[in-house]
Design a protein around this ligand. Structure first.
Ligand code: FES
Ligand SMILES: [Fe+2]
Length: 377
């Protein structure tokens, strides 16, 4: 357990204030968050193999911004705002599809654009050399290990991976770029997006909320999300003895990915967060990645994806159910506490909550949030 050896009089000093409740409830704050965080940071938009051919596209929404993500003739994936440069009509309605003959055609007056966003044709009008002034509004788009990321801030102030904790390199040995999407699960939560992250970042709730997960990871049973939180703990940040992976049986669903170290296999899980939008949990046999999309002050969409090796998926006896069912159970348990947390903070006298030592990682998240929001620390 975390150190709570304080005298009786100053016992409450182990508690640190959490964020003010209004930051989870105020629609004005929410709009500021979109502007200062979600329209400036890198956001996961899908997998590169969802767009196998030139002209394939999908739409992605961030806040109230609709973005076209498409693959051009040179094979590069790029992104644009879903807005015509003539009078601003939306270009696409379908969530995914194919631009025929390499042209994005506005349905309103039929201005057309290339797959790189250049204006091609303007019916009954010759704009001649001025065409280049009317390219589609660009959106930054980069891929990493088969994941596509967007950034609406074209000033390029944030590098992809800058907000990754502990950093992209922690997943160097996992062949994420070669893995295939085996299953995805999307659902909406009646809570603020920060409540989802806060719950993800602590295991103070684990003994009461995740009994099955605690059987796999002894550290979680001790209410610690990481061994860093208690220098005295003898528990490792790893699955218990005899456990291979996060599944309903504790057994891996396929052989370990080649290239993993012995330590990576025996740890049973390796986490990476890419704030504010995604976390990735890499196991020896599969990867789960979860992305977080704010919809309103009290509404958040969660998209969970399970990725497996192509070879494993091709096996006649491949059954990913133990991996999928296990993580869905944990997500459902967390969903319940996420929603009751949001309900409770609406109480008129509630100004803010408190963080215990076991919730130490929330403080770092809050500091990052306040920096993004220009709130003095
Ligand atoms: S708004 Fe697109 S062509 Fe007129
Ligand atoms: Fe949890």
């Amino acid at each position: 357990m975390a150190n709570t050896n304080t005298s009786k009089s100053d016992k409450s000093s182990v508690l640190q204030p959490s964020l003010p409740a209004e930051l989870y409830l105020d629609p004005v704050v929410y709009q500021n968050e979109l502007r200062k965080i979600w329209y400036r940071q890198w956001i996961y938009a899908g997998r590169t193999d969802q767009l196998p051919s030139p002209g394939d596209y999908m739409l992605h929404t961030i806040g109230n911004q609709s973005i076209i993500v498409t693959r051009n003739e040179k094979g590069r994936i790029g992104a644009f705002h879903n807005t015509c440069r003539h009078r601003g009509s939306a270009l696409c309605q379908a969530q995914q599809g194919q631009f025929k003959q390499g042209q994005i055609i506005c349905p309103y007056h039929r201005w057309s654009y290339s797959l790189t966003g250049d204006l091609l044709n303007t019916p009954f009008l010759d704009l001649a050399d001025a065409n280049r002034n009317f390219s589609l509004y660009p959106v930054q788009c980069q891929s990493w290990k088969g994941n596509i990321y967007l950034n609406l801030d074209t000033s390029r102030s944030v590098e992809l991976g800058e907000t990754a904790d502990p950093g992209f390199t922690v997943l160097n040995n996992w062949p994420l770029e070669q893995l295939k999407l085996g299953h995805s699960h999307q659902f909406e939560l009646a809570c603020n997006w920060k409540i989802f992250w806060e719950n993800y970042l602590e295991c103070y709730h684990c003994p009461g909320i995740h009994p099955e997960l605690c059987k796999l990871v002894p550290l979680y049973k001790a209410a610690l999300s990481t061994d860093r939180l208690d220098p005295d703990t003898e528990l490792a940040d790893a699955v218990g003895s005899g456990i291979e992976s996060w599944t309903t049986t504790g057994k891996a669903i396929s052989s370990p990915f080649p290239g993993l170290s012995e330590a990576e296999c025996s740890a049973g899980h390796t986490f990476m967060e890419l704030y504010p939008n995604q976390y990735i949990v890499a196991h020896s046999d599969y990867i789960r990645q979860v992305s977080i999309t704010p919809l309103a002050t009290d509404r958040t969409r969660i998209t969970a994806e399970w990725l497996f090796s192509e070879e494993a998926m091709a096996g006649a006896d491949f059954d990913p159910t133990p991996a999928i069912a296990f993580s869905k159970q944990v997500l459902a348990e967390d969903a319940m506490v996420n929603e009751i947390n949001q309900q409770g903070i609406t109480a008129l006298p509630h100004r803010q909550g408190y963080l215990t030592p076991q919730e130490g990682d929330l403080a770092g998240f809050h500091l990052m949030y306040m920096k993004w929001m220009d709130i003095p620390v």
